[in-house]
Every structure is written in C-alpha cells, then in structure tokens.
Design a protein around this ligand. Structure first.
Ligand SMILES: Nc1ncnc2c1ncn2[C@@H]1O[C@H](COP(=O)(O)OP(=O)(O)OP(=O)(O)O)[C@@H](O)[C@H]1O
Ligand SMILES: [Mg+2]
Length: 318
C-alpha cells in the first residue's frame, strides 16, 4: 500500500506544474560550450513524461539542474512551484531522483542504505515501505547483501529504491533500465506505472524508445541542448504515420536505396508513404537483384519518428 498523498492532477487551473523549466541554459568550459540553450517546458502533475535525445543532448545536464546538483547558467527550474535554488530543501524533498551514474557507499548493506536515505529525508519508521520497495524491485533476498557484492543491475535496482524511499510526488528516472535484465525491466515498469496511476508524476529519460512509446503520455526530444519536438506520444506517431517496409538481406543495396534506408546488420527498413510506394520500392529492389527474406510491412514506430526528427533538426541547425 502506498500511503503518500497522491498529488492533485492538473484539473485546477491554479495548480502549479509538477516541473517547470523556464529558459534553462547551461554552459561548460568557461562559457565556451552550450550544453543547454533556452529549454522551456512544463510537466503536468500526474503526467508520465519522456525526455529523449541522443548521447550528449543535455538530458542529464537538465536533470542535474533539477536535482540541485548543478547550477543553471541562466533560467529557472521549479518543482510543484518551489524554485530548485531559492527553495532547495523543499524542492529536493518533492523529488525522487534515479541518477544515471551508479554511486554508493560500499560499507552498508541494501536495507541499511535505504534506512540511511530515509533518515536523510527525516522519514521515521519506514520499515514497511522499505520492505515493499525491496519486494517490488526484486531485492528482497538481497536486503542483507553488502552494496559491494551486488551486480551492476542489482545496484541500479537499489538506486531506484533509494529514490522512492521518501515517497516523492515527482519521480525522475535518468536511464533507469540501462544494464537491467528483461525481467526486472518489466517489474520496474509495472511498479512505476502503478505509482503513476496513483498520482505520482514521472519524468523518464531512456534510449529504449519502445519503453517510452509504451509508457509516456507526452515526449520531448532534445538535440544539442534544444527542444526539437514536444507532443503527445500518439500525435508524434501520427505525424510521422507512414508505412515501414522491413526485410533481411545479405546483398548490398544500390546507393539511392541505401541512402533512404535504415540498416541494422542484415535488417533493412525503408519508409513508404502509401501502398503504391511499397510496390515501387519492391520493384526497385527486384530490379536491382536484391534478394529479400522475412518481409514485413508495418507502421512506423517511435524509433522511426525519433530518427526522422533528429535528422531534420540537424539539417535546420546547419
Ligand atoms: N561537467 C561537464 N563539463 C564539461 N562538459 C560537460 C559536463 N557535463 C556534461 N558535459 C557536456 O554536456 C553535453 C550534454 O551532456 P549530458 O550528460 O547532459 O548528455 P545526455 O543527454 O545525458 O547524454 P547521454 O544520453 O549520453 O546520457 C555533452 O556534450 C557533455 O560532454
Ligand atoms: Mg545522460
């Protein structure tokens, strides 16, 4: 059972957003490098929100500013109306952050680590909730294990438990499933989805786009420190709604087809706008003598949308 009061969902117009990023910028190397360039958006209370972008886009930089671990070079960030700099203690309490990097005190066991974290937030008698966290994250049999003895994936589970120990209304997950096995990914998502249904806001970054597609109500895409797309997940998919032709081949595609294909090992994907274009593409492949196996025709997924948006944002930026 979750005893934390679920935050109000954004039905009241005066309700503050769960998270507000207002013209956030961040420069490194004495101002020479701009990692974030005027990022502004709101995450509503109760939302499951995805922040996607290639390596180095600025996702962790933005989350570090939100967590108060790093200072913005410009702009402001607030959590449920509390400024993360001026009102740090209050904002920090409202957040549960799963960081991308694994950092731990190696001297404690799993349960002790969670008890210490509870103490840090001033939460007493947290045993029942810690037990529930351990069970939901598949850590029950590791409660007494020393942090040093855990595998990488187990350590990540503890990081998730640590972030949730004070039942924060706003949960931020920076690549929580990196290096995590399939089974835990499923249990983790069930658990996080349950917390979201119970009213917790979730901000997620991930490179597993099928996870984002399945879980997120809205998605923002970040590229080189700027937001290049922000929409409901269904709208993002609908905008790029097109047919994808997927097949396997050992042959090399003719250059004009290769230029428009997404190639992963033997798997080739080609985009077609309609059925007629599917036929044209198949004709061109046959004409070029490309043998094809396991042909599938399906709808574009979030990965296709992501690639298309990143490519067109790249062209505009040049
Ligand atoms: N402390 C730092 N000093 C200098 N540059 C930094 C620092 N931290 C991050 N950067 C740079 O800022 C940019 C954004 O990095 P960031 O870690 O925010 O990206 P990311 O979107 O989280 O990427 P990933 O998907 O790889 O986690 C990168 O070019 C990175 O090299
Ligand atoms: Mg990162």
């Amino acid at each position: 059972m979750l005893a934390s009061p679920p935050p109000q969902t954004g039905t009241r117009p005066e309700a503050p957003p769960a998270i507000r990023f207002d013209q956030v910028s961040k420069t490194y190397r004495g101002g020479q490098f701009k990692a974030l360039d005027g990022v502004s958006f709101d995450i509503h209370q109760g939302e499951f929100f995805g922040l996607l972008g290639p390596n180095g886009a600025g996702k962790t930089s933005l989350i570090s500013i939100l967590a108060g671990l790093s200072r913005a070079s410009g702009g402001a960030v607030s959590v449920l109306g509390h400024d993360v700099v001026k009102d740090y203690a209050q904002a920090r309490k409202l957040l549960g952050i799963v960081p991308q990097e694994l950092v731990f005190d190696p001297f404690f066991n799993v349960r002790e680590t969670l008890e210490i974290q509870s103490g840090y937030f001033g939460v007493r008698n947290n045993g029942a909730w810690i037990t529930e966290l351990l069970e939901n994250l598949g850590l029950a049999d590791k409660a007494k294990a020393n942090m040093r003895q855990l595998s990488g994936g187990m350590k990540r589970r503890v990081l998730v438990a640590q972030a949730l120990v004070h039942r924060p209304p706003v949960i931020v997950l920076d690549e929580p499933t990196a290096g995590v096995d399939v089974e835990l990914r499923q249990t983790l998502w069930q658990f996080i989805a349950r917390l979201n249904r119970e009213g917790h806001t979730v901000l997620l970054t991930t490179h597993y786009l099928e996870e984002a597609e399945a879980l997120c109500h809205r998605i923002a895409m970040l590229k080189a420190g700027r937001i290049v797309a922000l929409k409901r997940t269904s709208e993002l998919l609908a905008d790029t709604a097109s047919t994808m032709l997927r097949f396997k081949t050992d042959a090399v595609l003719p250059p004009e087809l290769a230029a428009q294909a997404r190639i992963t090992g033997r798997i080739v994907q080609l985009k077609a706008h309609d059925a007629a274009e599917v036929e044209t593409l198949l004709g061109r492949l046959r004409g070029a003598g490309v043998p094809i196996e396991d042909l599938e025709i399906g709808r574009a997924d979030l990965e296709d949308v992501f690639i298309e948006i990143m490519q067109s944002a790249g062209r505009e930026g040049q």
